[in-house]
Design a protein around this ligand. Structure first.
Ligand code: PDD
Length: 280
C-alpha cells in the first residue's frame, strides 16, 4: 500500500516521508497524538479530538503546530488524497527538533505528522461476537490524562493480552480497573453503566464523552465510580470504547464469561445508537 502522508506542511508518498533523528518525539517521546475515526469519508467528532489535543499541548507547554481550522483542513485533505472511506487519521505533534537535552530547547517549532489507516469500524466482526480481555498491572506514569506518545506500558500490556488470546488488557491499579491499554473500560449491572470517573489516572476518551451524551439522551443511567476485577467478573455486561473500536462488547474477563458469553442488550443498543450518529 502506498499512502499519501503529511509531514510538516507537505503531502508526500509514505516512502518519501522523513523526520529528523533529532526530533524530540523520537528521542524522548516528547509529543502528543490523536486518533480520529473516519466513516463514509467524514471525520467523526473531530472537534472533541481538537479540544483534547489543545489540552494535552497546554499541559506539556507545547505550541500548536498550526491553527485548529488548518489542522481540520489537513485531515480532510488526507481523506481526499487517499480516498479514505473508513478508518482513522493518526496525527502527532512533537516539541520539535533540537540537539539532545532534557530541558525544553528555546525557539524550536513543533513538528506535525499525520497519516490515514484503513480499518473496518462499522462492520467490525468482533462486535457481533464480543471480545475477551485479561487484566494486567497498570505500570504507566501518573499523567494518563495527557494523550502522550509515550506508550511502552500499553504496548507491553496489549502484547501480554494478545499472548493470552485476548483482544485487550484491562489495567489494574490499587485493586481497581483503570482503563484498557488503548480504550476506556465499562461494566453494566442492573441496566446501569459503571465506569471510572475522569482524573489523571485515565484518558478522557472522546468516544466516552459521546457515549455519555447519547446515554443521557436515551435515558440510560451511568454511574461514575471505581470497580474491581471481581465486580467485573460478576457484571451483566462489559464493554470498551475507543476511536478505533467505537463500542466493543466484552464477553470474557480473565476466563470468566460475562452475560452468558454473548454481547448484551445495553451494549448492543449503545453501539447501534453510536453508529447511527457516526454514519449520519
Ligand atoms: N486510544 N484510554 C486510552 C489509554 C487510550 O489510548 C484511548 C484511545 C482511549 C479512548 O479514547 P478515544 O475514545 O478518544 O479514542 C482511552 C487510541 C484509539 C489509540 O491509541 O490508538
Amino acid at each position: 500500500m502506498s499512502r499519501i502522508v503529511y509531514v510538516n506542511g507537505a503531502y508526500v508518498p509514505e516512502n518519501e516521508a522523513k523526520v529528523s533523528i533529532f526530533d524530540r518525539g523520537f528521542l524522548f517521546a516528547d509529543g502528543v497524538y490523536e486518533v480520529t475515526p473516519v466513516v463514509n469519508g467524514k471525520l467523526v467528532d473531530h472537534d472533541a479530538h481538537n479540544e483534547r489535543l489543545d489540552r494535552s499541548l497546554r499541559e506539556l507547554k507545547m505550541a500548536w503546530p498550526c491553527g485548529v481550522a488548518e489542522l481540520t483542513a489537513m485531515h480532510k485533505e488526507l481523506i481526499k488524497r487517499n480516498n479514505l472511506h473508513e478508518g482513522i487519521i493518526y496525527m502527532q505533534v512533537t516539541r520539535g527538533v533540537a540537539d539532545r537535552m532534557f530541558n525544553f530547547p528555546k525557539d524550536i517549532t513543533s513538528s506535525l505528522i499525520a497519516f490515514p489507516q484503513v480499518m473496518k469500524l462499522v462492520d467490525n466482526p468482533n462486535a457481533r461476537t464480543g471480545v475477551k480481555v485479561v487484566t494486567t498491572p497498570d505500570i504507566r506514569w501518573l499523567r494518563r490524562d495527557i494523550k502522550s506518545i509515550m506508550l511502552l506500558a500499553p504496548v507491553l500490556g496489549k502484547e501480554e493480552a494478545y499472548q493470552q488470546g485476548a483482544a485487550e488488557g484491562w489495567m489494574v491499579e490499587d485493586g481497581f480497573v483503570t482503563e484498557g491499554t488503548s480504550s476506556n473500560a465499562y461494566i453494566v449491572k442492573d441496566n446501569t453503566i459503571i465506569t471510572r470517573p475522569l482524573s489523571n489516572r485515565i484518558l478522557a476518551g472522546c468516544t466516552r464523552r459521546a457515549l455519555f451524551r447519547l446515554a443521557k439522551e436515551h435515558h440510560v443511567k451511568i454511574e461514575e465510580r471505581l470497580f474491581t476485577p471481581a465486580e467485573a467478573y460478576a457484571a451483566d455486561e462489559a464493554f470498551l470504547s475507543s476511536a478505533s473500536q467505537f463500542v466493543m462488547p466484552i464477553v470474557e474477563i480473565d476466563g470468566h464469561r460475562i452475560g452468558g458469553g454473548q454481547p448484551g442488550p445495553v451494549v448492543r443498543k449503545l453501539r447501534e445508537i453510536f453508529l447511527e450518529e457516526a454514519q449520519a
